[in-house]
Design a protein around this ligand. Structure first.
Ligand code: NI
Length: 159
């Protein structure tokens, strides 16, 4: 669970992989999602499985004042043409932030921890959180949405 005991290079290898679909929503996996939500408390709003060393397609979003949500095998089914900009950060790339432009509204389909499919329409910070975490499942980091020079500068700091 503690990814901070491995080096950044090693973490980056896991973070750059495309994650595979979850096949069984079992107790162990559900326990992990609860731990992930606990981990976020006060330090962030989203965490994806690759960030804790697991290359499987699930993540949690826990916005202030909203019930935490678990997304398993999520698919973006709609994205708006309208874009919005948020200052993003990532627990895997601590202390670095940047304004990232993404679709302002999205529709996502996923499974919950009871194994039920659901569809969610989201805007604002929730839309950003979902897209940031979905990126993690595809090996993409928020810094990849920055100009190359800025991204490389951030990566260099960790290497
Ligand atoms: Ni992140």
């Amino acid at each position: 669970m503690n990814i901070y005991t491995i080096g950044f290079e090693e973490q980056l290898k896991i973070l750059r992989e495309k994650s595979t679909p979850v096949e069984n929503i079992d107790d162990q996996m559900i326990a992990l999602t609860l731990k992930m939500i606990e981990t976020l408390d006060g330090i962030g709003i989203g965490l994806a499985a690759p960030q804790i060393g697991i290359n499987q397609r699930f993540f949690v979003c826990a916005l202030d004042d909203e019930a935490p949500m678990v997304f398993i095998n999520p698919e973006l089914i709609e994205t708006s043409e309208e874009l919005s900009k948020y200052e993003e950060g990532c627990l895997s790339i601590p202390d670095n932030y940047g304004n990232i432009l993404r679709p302002a509204h999205i529709k996502v389909q996923a499974w919950n921890t009871r194994g039920r499919p659901f569809t969610l329409e989201a805007g604002g910070l929730m839309a950003t959180c979902i897209q940031h975490e979905m990126d993690h499942l595809n090996g993409i980091l928020f810094i990849d949405h920055m100009p190359g020079k800025k991204r490389d500068k951030i990566l260099k700091k960790f290497q």
